[in-house]
Structure formats: C-alpha cells, structure tokens
Design a protein around this ligand. Structure first.
Ligand code: ATP
Ligand code: MG
Length: 656
C-alpha cells in the first residue's frame, strides 16, 4: 500500500483463504438470489419495502423514506404498527400457539419454556399491570434485569402499551443506573431481588434502591422475585411484586397500541469502549423491519429453528438478535443466564447439543476464550445440528475464525457481522447462501446499504488501503438521534464526512477499515486505535491479527507508549491458549509474524504476557486502559470493566 494518505503498510492483511458456502446450506438458504444486490440497487430506497413487508402493519406507510430534514431521516412515515403484536400475537394467528418462543436456561441447570401462547399471556398481564401503575404511552420504563425470561417479557409489555424501554445492563452500578434513568427522565423501573454471580446470591435490588435514593423523582418499581428464599427482600413504598401483579391481572389482555413507525421503541447506550457511553434512540418501524430482514437474510433464521444468540439483552446485540429479530420471525430463541465456563467449559456446547441449536451467534471474545480453553470442549458434544454460525462485536482474525468454523461448526458457514448500537442492525456481512466467506473480513455492505472507505478528504481509498468506514445512505434501523440531542448526533456521526451544501450526507462509524476489489470490508478498529511509529500509521488490529496468527496465542492487544527520546514504542499484551506456556519461542514467533505481515517497523518493543486482557462489560478489549498504564497516566474508574482485577495485576507487573 502506498503512503498517499499516510496510512502506509507494506501489504494488505492476508484475510485467509476464502470458503464457498457448502451446497447443502445453499439448498435450504432463505436468500439465494444472486441478483439481490442489483435489485436493491435499482430500486432504492423502495427496495426496503420488502423488509417492511414482512411485518404486520395496522396502517400502511405513505412513504418509504423522508429525507427533507437530513440527516434526521424518517422511515415508513405514516405507517402504524406495534412491536409486541409483531413479535407475539401474529404468531398465534398463524397457528403457532404451542410453538416455543423462548427456551430459557438458568445458571444452575434450571429450564423454562415459554410457548408463544405463554409469552402472550405474560406480556399482556404485565402490560395491564403497568397501565394500572400509571405508565402511559411515551413514558420511559427502565429495565434492570439479568438474563431471565422476565426481561424480554418486560420489553414486550412496554412495547405493547407504547412505553419506550430503557434496558440497563444488570451488571452496571447503581450510579450508572441512576445516570441512565435521569438522562431518560424515567420514573418507572423493573428490576429483581438478585441473581447468582459466581455461585453467590448477588443483591440487585440493593443497587436499584441506591439508584432510586439518588434520583429526585419518585420511581414506581416492579420487583421480580428471582431467587426466592435464597435472597429474601422486602418491598417498600411504590414497590410491587411482579408475580403478585401477574396474579392480580391474570388473564387480562391489553390491545396493542398502534405506534407511528417513527415513534420511539427504545433507548440504549453504546458499550463505552472508546469513551463515555452514548445514549441512542431507536424507533419502531424501521428498526423492526431491519432486524427482521437481517435475521432472515443473514442469520438464515426459520420459524422451525432453534436459534441462539449468546449475548446479553443488556446490549444492542441482545435487543436486535435475541428479542426483536427472532421473535418477529416466530422462531424459538434460546436465552442463557449463566457464563460459558460454569459448571464447566463445555456449558455452551451442552446447551447446543441438548436443544439441537440450528444457528449460533456470539462474539470474538467468546470464540477466543473457547480457543484458549481447547478443542476438547466442543468435541465432547454432538454439535451436528449447527447449520450456521455468526460473530459480532470486534474484528475477528482468521485463526479464531477458522477455529470456530471447524471446531464448533464442523465446516458450516460463518457470518461476520459488522454493526453498531447506532446502526440498530447488521450493515456489513456476507449473505451465507450466496457469498464467498473471507476469514478476517466482515464482508460487503448488505443489499440496500452502501459503505465507503475514505481518506480524510472523503475520497475513496484504493482497494486494500486503510481509511475511515462511512455509510453513504440512510438505512431503516438507524438511530434517529442521541438522548443528548440532535446537535451531538449531527456532530458526532454526520459532520465529519458530510457536505450539507450539496446534500451529500454520510454517516461516520468511528471505525477504520480497508476494502478489497470485491467490496469486502475488513474492519481494522477504532479511529483512535492507530499508532504512529516513525511517521507510519499502523492499525493496532493489523498487528494484533499477526500476533494471534501465532499458534498458542489466544488474544492480544497492542498499544503505543510515547516517549520523547524514542518516539512511539509498541507494547503488545498477549494471552496464550490453555496448555501453552508463554515462552521465548512464542515471543520469537510473534516478532517474526508481525515482521512478515507488516514489516519490522511494527515489531513490538515489549511483549507482555497476561492471563487476561481488560474487557468492557460487553466483552470488548479496552485498549485505552492499557495505553494509560504504559504511559503512566492516571487510570479512569475501572469498576465498569468485566474483569477489573486484571488491571491491578497488569499494573503491578509494570511496576516490578
Ligand atoms: P462506544 O461507542 O461507547 O465506544 P462500542 O463502539 O464498543 O462503544 P457498540 O455499539 O456495542 O459500542 O459496538 C460497535 C463497535 O463494535 C463497532 O463500531 C466496531 O468497532 C465493533 N464491531 C462490531 N462488530 C464488528 C465486526 N463484525 N467486526 C469488527 N468490529 C466490529
Ligand atoms: Mg461505538
């Protein structure tokens, strides 16, 4: 690659050898029309009617896209629909009452199945109770629940009465909960007594109580008694027991409120990987159309499938692909409360085996952990039911991608899906029944989406060069704004690459990427994840990918240390697979691999072995913390991490 825009590197990341979708998959795939891209292209934006057409509308929309107030776009304006009706009621009408909607697997082996009929009853009863508690249309209801069935039930009950939900990840602190309720002006809360964390009963209600104390408004609270006698609790003023409410409103139904397509369905925060989390607003029609369509086209979900997205509903992935997408399609969605290593490291494979899961969707951080633990765990179960695998959340380098495909999927197709809290649904991915897969590259923009990789001036970069990942047209699932208001939304996502004068609006993702001759995009990381060494701009992801190519390496994170004398030095934090001791041989192999893939300029100055890397609650590597450590900066509050203890270990290691 040349140095035209200063991103120089010697050659593109080898994306690994491509794979064709197996014939047996293609034969049954939901989408196999090879001309689908052109069809969307020729007929844009009306092509999106196809996605919206899979939903049940109370009133048809007048226009597909209104762009008069760009970048504040409106999709399917004039149309009315209800998300809870689309995810529940219409499957009863389609005679699927006894079909399983949710299969829940508890931490200690408990199991519950909700048929669509059971889900209908639960959602209606809670919706009736919420109304009785004075929740009105457009009131924001905060939900602070772990992965228990009451979480999607609460979301759907809110959607039924037109009350936007604001789900806060259960592991976040009382302060984070209070801040999120405050920002959303939310005076209603649904939480629980507690849940098991590493074997102990953890008091969730205590956190909720603390949050309520710091809020000015009185907060009506519904409490799910999840742990029973294991964690007794008392209800105070304005607090109601979920099961009592269900009993009181047993058998009650509530007509789903027809919502304008552009009415808010929910609020949701980003993961906070690059800084303060951003609060994002999603609306009803476009969002639901986009998640339903991508569940069908990319995840290949069929109503008769058992589908499992092993994410947490407290993040966007769970909203879109545990709850709304799969339930809109009437499939069976699996929900798992526990962790992948309890009681043993084969827990997920045991669940896949027992439920004969057809489609499995998880994150690279989990895949790298599976690889670290060893192939004996997936090998000890029958995983032959799996037809398709997916990944989302971070770039995945070719070695873990191939490991996942072979050791878990037995050679089935893998879709690497790039999207964001702000995009609502998938944006880049292969279509598994049509496209060749290139390990390491997410894939082309999906039909109806247009992605461009550009330099600072907004000009397309040449194939293989690194640049900024932008989206040139609006899409139905897009965030409509931020809680902080339209100004920040425009400034953060639209201003960097748009030209309002000419009406050329471009969405800026904040990620860097490269694009190949076939239009396949390899996401390289965040704009900030670039290290300049001797005037060369190196992407951390590229260096990390070369490091994880080394046999025995499970994960790595690369950061820069700036020193006046030496310029910038590269520090590589590396964790190894189970059974691999961090040795000088691995060190040498890492240096060789980086040198071979990128050039000596990218050679790490120091390679530090660590049992784990610091991760956000949604499982992403937090490079900025490591960067602060190597630069001797004061560390920000680490309590929001998944594994705060590792930061101390890494710091002590540096001081010694
Ligand atoms: P914050 O915006 O608060 O820093 P975040 O960006 O991690 O947090 P999310 O919306 O959960 O919050 O994550 C979206 C980001 O995750 C993308 O911008 C991208 O960097 C990364 N990502 C998601 N999927 C993929 C993928 N398939 N390949 C590469 N990166 C991905
Ligand atoms: Mg982000």
């Amino acid at each position: 690659m040349d140095d035209r825009n200063g991103w120089g590197r010697d050659r593109p990341v080898p994306a690994g050898s491509p794979h064709q979708p197996p014939e047996s998959f293609v034969e049954q795939a939901n989408v196999t029309d090879e001309a689908i891209d052109e069809k969307f292209e020729e007929n844009w934006p009306e092509c999106w009617e196809r996605a919206a057409g899979s939903l049940s509308w109370d009133e048809p929309f007048d226009t597909v896209l209104e762009d008069g107030d760009a970048p504040l776009y409106r999709w399917f304006a004039g149309g009315k629909l209800n998300a809870s009706f689309n995810c529940v009621d219409r499957h009863l009408e389609a005679d699927r009452k006894t079909h399983a909607a949710i299969r829940w697997e508890g931490k200690h082996g408990e199991r519950e199945t909700y048929t669509y009929r059971d889900l209908y009853v639960a959602v209606n009863e809670l919706a009736a109770a919420l109304r009785e508690l004075d929740v009105e249309e457009d009131d924001v209801v905060t939900i602070y629940l772990p992965m228990i069935p009451e979480l999607p039930i609460a979301m759907l009950a809110c959607a039924r009465i037109g009350a936007p939900h604001n789900v806060v990840f259960a592991g976040l602190s009382a302060d984070a909960l209070a801040a999120r309720m405050d920002a959303a002006d939310s005076e209603f809360l649904i939480t629980c007594d507690g849940y098991y964390r590493r074997g102990d009963a953890f008091n969730q209600k205590g956190k909720a109580d603390n949050a309520r104390l710091s809020l000015e408004a009185d907060v009506r609270t519904v409490v799910v008694d999840h742990l029973g006698a294991d964690l007794p609790h008392v209800l105070g003023d304005d607090e109601y027991d979920y099961h009592d409410l269900r009993e009181e409103f047993a058998g009650r139904t509530v007509d789903p409120v027809p919502r304008d397509a552009e009415d808010m369905l929910f609020l949701m925060y980003t993961s906070g990987t690059t800084g303060e989390p951003k609060g994002v607003v999603h609306t009803t029609g476009g969002y639901l159309a986009h998640v339903a369509w991508t569940s069908h086209a990319v995840l290949d979900v069929k109503p008769e499938d058992t589908y499992w997205c092993a994410a947490d509903i407290g993040w966007i992935t769970g909203h879109s692909y545990i709850v709304y997408g799969p339930l809109a399609l009437g499939t069976t969605t699996v929900m798992y409360e526990g962790t992948p290593d309890y009681p043993d490291r084969d827990r997920l494979w045991e669940i896949v085996d027992r439920n004969a899961v057809d489609v499995f969707y998880t994150a690279p951080t989990a895949i790298r952990a599976f690889m670290k633990w060893g192939e004996q765990y997936p090998a000890s179960h029958d995983l032959s039911s799996l037809r398709l695998l997916g990944t989302v959340g971070e770039p995945i380098s070719p070695r873990p991608w191939n490991w996942y495909r072979e050791r878990v999927g037995g050679g089935c197709p893998v879709v690497d899906t790039w999207w964001q809290t702000e995009t609502g649904a998938m944006m880049l991915s292969t279509l598994p029944g049509i496209d060749e897969m290139k390990p390491g590259a997410a894939g082309p923009a999906l039909p109806g989406i247009e992605a461009r990789v550009v330099d600072e001036t907004g000009a397309d970069v040449a194939a293989g060069e690194a640049g900024y990942l932008t989206i040139t047209r609006p899409w139905p699932g897009m965030a409509r704004t931020l809680y902080d208001g339209d100004d920040r939304y425009r400034a953060e996502y639209w201003e960097p690459f748009s030209d309002p004068e000419t009406g050329d609006w471009r969405y800026f993702s904040g990620d860097t990427a490269s694009i190949d001759e076939d239009g396949y995009v390899t996401v390289l990381g965040r704009v900030d994840d670039v290290i300049t060494v001797s005037g060369r701009r190196l992407s951390t992801m590229e260096i990390e990918s070369a490091i994880t190519d080394v046999a025995g390496v499970a994960e790595s994170a690369v950061v820069g240390r700036s020193s006046d004398r030496e310029g910038t030095e590269i520090y590589a934090y590396v964790s190894t697979e189970g059974g691999f001791e961090p040795t000088d041989d691995i060190r040498d192999a890492i240096v060789d691999s980086v040198g071979g893939a990128i050039g000596p300029v990218a050679t790490p100055h120091e390679i530090v072995f660590t049992p784990e890397l610091p991760k956000t609650r949604s499982g992403k590597i937090m490079r900025r913390l490591l960067e602060d450590i190597v630069n001797g900066e004061e560390l920000e509050d680490t309590s929001a991490l998944r594994n705060p203890e590792i930061v101390g270990e890494i710091q002590t290691g540096r001081e010694e």
